[in-house]
Design a protein around this ligand. Structure first.
Ligand code: ADP
Ligand code: MG
Length: 273
């Protein structure tokens, strides 16, 4: 197995030779102003995300991961630095950056898979016929055709995830974002959802920005991992993850990478979660 390589500069991303990043964070400082506090969530964070990457933002609780996603989504403006989307400054929210929430019970229980996938398009005033065509395409892409007319309560967790992703994909976003979607799941279900997500990524090759505080999850899911320091989040490192198939996750290379990141984050107090 190839040794993971530490990437210390944003220019060294795997497929970067001249390519325009989908998302570029350049020197981004994010803050919250409350009546009596100024909270700095991230400090001068820079990274590039390229098409079809599984880009994982990893760091301990409170280091600003969710804040970064909210800023990519355009809900929070940096006080320093900026986010670029395909070279254009992010100025507000848009359907080109979509968040896929877990609690896949986000699906409307009274609508079928087709109805759920069409819903955001209808809300965005896309003509019904177009919305249906795009919804059916997306449903086929995630392999749910046989369940097109089924209601969410008939779907497994994995199928709900696929439905939620189809719903986002039908909007043709540039990036899909997920914020600790599996944090509340038991270990077995979590593993299943991770495998499903990887399988789906393998089929569709969308650009994924995935936030987690679990080192193992980052190593399992990421093609690249941005390691953030504890509060306020600063970039500790950017690592390539070689991708670990199910049966290599207990192997030496996997453990070594988990350990290395653990050490980066916690030094001698290293734990893996
Ligand atoms: P993470 O997702 O990595 O756990 P967050 O991005 O949620 O971290 O939070 C980063 C920091 O910003 C934390 O210190 C948190 O307490 C603070 N924070 C988050 N949301 C708000 C808010 N709405 N108002 C004030 N401070 C906030
Ligand atoms: Mg968070």
């Amino acid at each position: 197995m190839q040794q993971p390589r530490v990437v210390t500069s944003v220019a060294a991303a795997p497929d970067a030779a001249g390519a325009v990043p989908l998302v570029r964070a350049s020197g981004v400082t994010l803050q919250y102003k409350t009546p009596d506090h100024l909270v700095t969530a991230t400090y001068r964070v820079s990274f590039d995300i390229f098409p079809a990457e599984r880009y994982v933002i990893l760091g301990p609780s409170g280091c600003g991961k969710s804040t970064i996603l909210k800023a990519i989504a355009g809900f929070i403006k940096p006080v320093e630095g900026q986010f670029l989307l395909k070279n254009k400054p992010v100025t507000g929210p848009g359907p080109d950056r979509l968040m896929v929430f877990q609690e896949f019970d986000q699906l409307l229980p009274w609508k079928t898979v087709l109805g759920n996938v069409m819903f955001p398009m209808i809300e965005n005033r896309i003509p019904r016929a177009d919305a249906e065509r795009r919804a059916r395409e997306a449903i086929s892409m995630v392999n749910l055709v046989d369940f097109t007319d089924v209601y969410p309560h008939m779907l497994s967790g994995g199928m709900k995830q696929r439905c939620a992703i189809a719903r986002a994909m039908a909007m043709k976003p540039d990036v899909l974002m997920m914020d600790e979607p599996y944090a509340a799941l038991d270990a077995l279900t979590r593993r299943k959802m991770q495998d499903e997500l990887l399988q789906l990524w393998n089929d569709i090759r969308f650009t994924l920005v995935f936030v987690t505080h679990s080192i193992e999850e980052a190593v399992i899911l990421g093609s690249r991992i941005l390691v953030l320091s504890p509060h306020p989040g600063q970039v500790r490192a950017e690592l390539n993850s070689p991708g670990f198939a199910y049966d290599t996750r207990s192997g030496a290379a996997f453990q070594e990478l988990v350990h290395k990141i653990s050490h980066m984050l916690f030094g001698d107090r290293a734990g893996t979660n």
